[in-house]
Design a protein around this ligand. Structure first.
Ligand SMILES: [Fe+2]
Ligand SMILES: [Fe+2]
Length: 241
């Protein structure tokens, strides 16, 4: 029976460059943020949520673009294993899109936050207890380190926001990565500057820029090219469909 990566040391997982060690580090940080989310209220809760999004979306995008295709290649049951986590990622994207549309005082917010916490925890357990021990059996330590570098490069340059419409699989998600990363990271800068600005006019101008970019991202997501490779179970229908 393969051991969970949660119970293994850094050396056993292949050292600090290994994808398994890098994954575990992010999962520990996610656990810390999810605990804080339960206690935070008001503006502080929004800040914690934002930190969760900035951690989770590039992390998962890089998994879908680099790790799961390798799992499908090297494991006979790779299709089923990866589909389960892709469905979890899809649910996270949809939950966050719903949360983004709600006011802080909306009664639907708490149940959505509860479900978001639950799915994120399930995703970590599935990866650490099932997927990664199987990947560890199938690859050499050298391959785990090489995959770690690839995953890290992508994680640092991936989109930072929820994109429920874009494919969870290559080639769609890989094609979408460039325009969505540019848009998301520009929006992050605009939102950050808006929070720091002391002028109401500047703040509202920056918020308008961010909202316009958000609408642009939505249009890009619906392009057929960005949806190629999607499994039917994680596909969100277009308004035209
Ligand atoms: Fe992960
Ligand atoms: Fe994940």
């Amino acid at each position: 029976m393969p051991r969970s990566v949660a119970d293994q040391s850094t050396a056993e997982l292949g050292g600090r460059l290994s994808v398994l060690v890098r994954q575990k580090k992010d999962h520990v940080e996610l656990d810390r943020l999810l605990r804080r989310l339960r206690e935070a209220r008001g503006e502080e809760q929004d800040e914690v949520l934002l930190s969760i999004y900035r951690l989770v979306f590039p992390h998962a995008f890089a998994e879908e673009a680099v790790l799961w295709p390798v799992m499908r290649r090297v494991l006979t049951d790779g299709q089923d294993l990866t589909l389960e986590v892709e469905q979890e990622h899809q649910e996270v994207n949809e939950l966050v899109s719903q949360l983004d549309r709600l006011d802080r005082s909306d009664a639907q917010r708490e149940p959505l936050l509860d479900r978001l916490t639950e799915v994120l925890r399930e995703d970590v357990r599935d990866e650490e207890d099932e997927l990664f021990p199987r990947l560890q059996e199938a690859l050499t330590l050298r391959q785990l380190r090489w995959l770690g570098v690839m995953w890290e490069v992508l994680r640092r340059t991936a989109p930072t926001r929820a994109h429920p419409v874009v494919a969870r699989r290559p080639p769609g998600n890989v094609v979408a990565a460039v325009p969505l990363t540019v848009i998301d990271r520009t929006r992050d800068l605009a939102d950050y500057a808006a929070r720091l600005s002391s002028s109401d006019t500047t703040t509202s101008a920056l918020r308008s820029v961010s909202a316009a970019l958000g609408r642009g991202a939505e249009r890009i997501e619906h392009l057929p090219l960005m949806r190629q490779g999607e499994h039917p179970s994680t596909r969100v229908p277009s308004p035209a469909e």
